[in-house]
Design a protein around this ligand. Sequence first.
Ligand code: ADP
Ligand code: MG
Length: 299
Amino acid sequence: METILSIKNLDKKYGAVHAVNNLSFDIKKGAVYGILGPNGSGKSTTLGIILNVVNKTSGEFSWFDGNLSTHDALKKVGAIIERPNFYPYMTATQNLALICKIKGISTEKIDEKLKTVNLFERKDSKFKTFSLGMKQRLAIASALLNDPEILILDEPTNGLDPQGIHEIRQIIKSIAANGTTILLASHLLDEVEKVCSHVVVIRKGVKLYSGRVDEMTASKGLFELKIENNKEKLIQILENHEAIDRITQDHETIIATLKKDISATEINQYLFEDGLVLSHLVKRKPSLEQQFLDLTNNN
Ligand code: ADP
Ligand code: MG
């Protein structure tokens, strides 16, 4: 698969602040990537570096397999990394036409891009009459005017109401469905879960996980067990079971974390054959949220 962007050992220091710490990852054509991390974890700095608006301290990045200069490569990139600035007394169409003129590109795509972001019906309304969500959608349209290979968005739903958030996410998905690669930075786990196929999780500039979102969630899960008596024997037998990774206790509940997939029926049968009768047995998968908290807290 074609590599759109390759980042290797990227580092950025602002004085004593190590904003990006030895970060490496690749972006392949056609997927939706999230950079996920709490506020201050280095997401915007990373985007700024790859867009040539922030100077890196060390490391490398290359666009499109390094076949183009960064200047030429960025002509194939659409990005919104700051609150968009449009002229309040100009209409949506007029604002986009001005951007085309500044960038030296044709105006022929304006209507198409306004349709993509569901603003075609409002194309002749002045920018100042737009809601925050509509303003953000116009910004997305402006970033699409040159039919970029990749669209880069920094916290695209920040400050929007639930309806506005939903609309932006739907639009991002439809742009991706048309074949445009997407890279979005977000501190919202559920945003990444809903919109992205791939994720790079960072904390304090350090990469904690990169890979498919669904593989991040593919942990084997855990059992919650309770027993009225023979608790020590239960723990000992569980510890010796090949599917069980480790045992922890939460008051009367025993938590058995799995390293292999096994059903509640199987474990119940196995324990019963050893004379152990449970009073409680539930199989759970840790939520992505729990895994994200585990990742960002324990490293
Ligand atoms: P995020 O986008 O994940 O919230 P940022 O990339 O904005 O994180 O910031 C990462 C770290 O770098 C933070 O500690 C932030 O305070 C610091 N930082 C960002 N920009 C600057 C700057 N221009 N000067 C000094 N420190 C900065
Ligand atoms: Mg940021």
